[in-house]
Ligand binder design. Sequence first.
Ligand code: AMP
Length: 201
Amino acid sequence: MKCIILLASPGAGKGTASDYIENKYNYKHISSGSLLRNEALKNKEIKSLIDNGKFVSDELVMDVLNKNIKKDNIILDGIPRNIKQAKLLDSLFEENNINLEKVIFIDIDREIAAKRVINRLTCEDCKKVYNKDLIDSKVCMICGGNLITREDDTKEVFEKRYDTYLKETKPLVDYYKDKLIRIYNDDTLESLYNNLDKEMR
Ligand code: AMP
């Protein structure tokens, strides 16, 4: 089994990039955020942590990840978020004979990421993401579900999450320096896809 890790700040386009790689290159997309939002439906404590831009515990993250690893090649979106998770992941890879192929670091200007998060609409049902500036409809083009703003997609929560990212997650760029590929997502969607294609070929 092979694994790609996507490392990025909030709003950098991890979900969009993972979906693209999943569909085009046949990796299973595992998003810790979306797995944890599912857990939050039955657990108020988890919901409150997510809504306030705080991390949930490393143990819970690894637990939900473990339950979702089967036999497919995977792309990890949102894990690891700190050095402890990276070390736990190293052990999990070893136990499951998973080969970490590469770590894609999506780099983006903080202001652009903030704007994308604040303008983000998410389909309540299929979770597809839209930009308020680019869509007129109030329903999803794919499944017809309602488009909503995630509770953590506010300017205030974004700033908190970004500061945590700088402190906890950005050091992983150094941790993974031997496998790291840096790509930029400050421009259009097409240019993100082109950058990904160059690295996936
Ligand atoms: P995301 O959808 O990746 O932006 O994640 C949304 C939220 O889920 C984060 O702000 C955290 O509250 C939580 N979360 C996702 N992944 C992790 C992780 N690896 N460790 C801790 N908390 C996480």
